[in-house]
Write a protein that binds this ligand. Structure first.
Ligand code: F6P
Length: 526
């Protein structure tokens, strides 16, 4: 193990104890309204520019003292060294002995920093694959016979490209329809197939491992449907996006775009998994998307911790989770094209940081990943914002607003922006009412992210920002943010249960599973 991999857990630092004292003395009773009254420069002092993203952090429950203690916590935990280890290609995913290099997928081919030398060969492979994939995307865009592109994949092989194609809809040349099939629930694929014609459809089978049950089941059904409908040319109508090119070939797919085990599934949208987006927005748009993410990578890699936006967001996450004991964070994108962002961030945060042991496998005495949830605004305001304003739990909210609209309908955009500003304001200022029911306690924290425009570049930067903030909190918590063993048990049990649905065999099952199985048995193929 190299020196970089020896990390100090946050609770073993002096700053952790100082933060506990600071929380008891000042943090718990901190009042945002008083903080603004006392500091006319609070907005300027607690906002942060980063590439393509501006962040107002001033409506968070922090002061200068909190901030410097959190920075001390980062320093004492070795955050900078851990970041360096990731950007040097060290095997920081220790349970799988893998490097973590999604950032390399967006590194320009001619990038010159000396730290890249050990991974030059990988960078060359990245660009060879990218060029081939983008050439294929352009060929597909020009192929007027293909009217429907169907991505079959799940988790990271679905959420990223699906979110991105929606988010960049106004950059999409609408000569093709895009569909995303993920669930093993056949209702999804069965509802789509009648709308397709084999000769007009391109199936992209997206799976890092090429073993995921849901994806393989859907891929088999799609292939059967294609052949039964007279489809012949599998090489033209099926492509596989995978690290397991051999399995894709064995499945009968000759057109493959590979990636590498150092790309986590939830970090894979920048690889061949991004092909639906590349077809949707074209090679140039995809390169801009990568460039936006690269700008954020560089910001994260070299900016001092105190002006580093992913670091500041990750530290806030630790402050809220471990000192205020807030258990969730809500994400409210005020842009309907970002409507799949909450689902994407759920996997990013919760699959990365939903861990209960440290790197050495020791149980943690503190909380890790918050529950992440949300909906686009203004829809959320008419659903769950009641709880955010008046519920008994405090939920930090992260607003995302986009200055420039890409439509010309009068009135809508000012109304949208007025609402996002008003919600953040209302959460903070509250409203006293002696009668009780109309009382808004206020002092509820929020972060406000602003993009000037939603473009491939700014969107890439926004997502890379989120990746790195998850890295920061995971690093401080001393966990492995890059494995996901917690998804395995259910997969194994499902394999055991599936044949029992047919046979009705309940031997060895707990009473509840046996009772439910008896109730569902026999209906499986109805
Ligand atoms: O089951 C969880 C998971 O492994 C995710 O981490 C991953 O994004 C998803 O399944 C899909 O995996 P694959 O791309 O290998 O099909």
């Amino acid at each position: 193990m190299t020196a970089h991999l020896e990390r100090v857990r946050c609770d073993a630092t002096p700053a952790w104890v100082e933060l506990q004292d600071h929380y008891a003395e000042a943090g718990a009773a901190f009042d945002l309204r008083q903080a603004f009254a006392a500091d006319g420069q609070r907005f300027a002092n607690f906002s942060q520019e980063a590439p393509h993203v501006f962040a107002d952090l001033s409506k968070n429950l922090i002061d200068e003292a909190t901030q410097s203690l959190l920075l001390a916590l980062a320093e004492q935990s070795g955050l900078a060294q851990h970041r360096e280890a990731m950007f040097a290609g060290e095997k920081i995913n220790t349970t799988e002995q893998r490097a973590v290099m999604h950032w390399l997928l967006r590194t320009p081919a001619d990038a010159a920093r000396p730290g890249l030398d050990p991974v030059r060969a990988e960078l060359a492979e990245v660009h060879a694959t990218l060029d081939a994939m983008l050439a294929y995307a352009e060929k597909t865009r020009a192929d007027s016979q293909i009217t429907d592109v169907v991505n079959i994949g799940i988790g990271g092989s679905d959420l990223g490209p699906q979110m991105a194609v929606l988010a960049l809809d106004s950059f999409v040349t609408h000569t093709k329809r895009f569909h995303f099939i993920s669930n093993v629930d056949g209702h999804e694929l069965a509802a789509l197939l009648p709308k397709l014609k084999p000769e007009n459809t391109l199936f992209l089978i997206a799976s890092k491992t090429f073993t995921t049950t849901e994806t393989m089941t859907n891929a088999r059904s799609a292939k059967q449907w294609f052949e039964a409908g007279g489809g012949r040319d599998i090489a033209r109508h099926f492509a596989a996006l995978t690290t397991n090119v051999a399995a894709a070939k064995a499945f009968g797919i000759a057109t493959t775009f590979g990636f590498w085990d150092w790309v986590g599934g939830r970090y894979s949208m920048w690889s061949a998994i991004g092909l639906p987006l590349a077809i949707a927005v074209g090679a140039q748009g995809f390169r801009e998307f990568l460039a936006g993410a690269h700008a954020m990578d560089e910001h994260f890699r070299i900016t001092p911790l105190e002006q580093n936006l992913p670091v500041r967001l990750g530290l806030l996450d630790v402050w809220y989770r471990n000192f205020h004991q807030f258990t969730s964070r809500s994400i409210a994108p005020y842009h309907s094209a970002l409507r799949r962002l909450p689902a994407y961030l759920q996997q990013l945060e919760m699959e990365s940081n939903g861990k209960q042991v440290d790197l050495a496998g020791r149980p943690l005495p503190y909380g890790t990943s918050p529950v992440l949830w949300g909906e686009p605004g203004t829809n959320g305001q008419h659903a769950y914002f009641q709880m955010l304003h008046q519920g008994t739990d405090v939920v930090p909210v992260e607003f995302v607003a986009v200055k420039k609209a890409r439509h010309t309908l009068p009135g809508h955009h000012p109304a949208l922006l007025a609402n996002v500003l008003a919600q953040a304001q209302a959460l903070m200022v509250g409203k006293a009412d002696a009668g009780g029911h109309r009382n808004f306690p206020g002092n509820r924290p929020s972060t406000f992210l602003v993009l000037d425009e939603l473009t491939p570049t700014s969107f890439g930067a926004l997502i890379a920002l989120q990746e790195h903030r998850v890295f920061v909190s995971g690093a401080l918590w001393g966990i492995n943010s890059f494995d996901q063993w917690g998804v395995e048990l259910g997969k194994v049990l499902a394999k055991d249960i599936e044949p029992r649905l047919k046979s009705g065999d309940v031997a060895g099952l707990d009473g509840s599973t046996a009772g439910l199985l008896a109730r569902l048995a026999g209906a499986a193929e109805a």
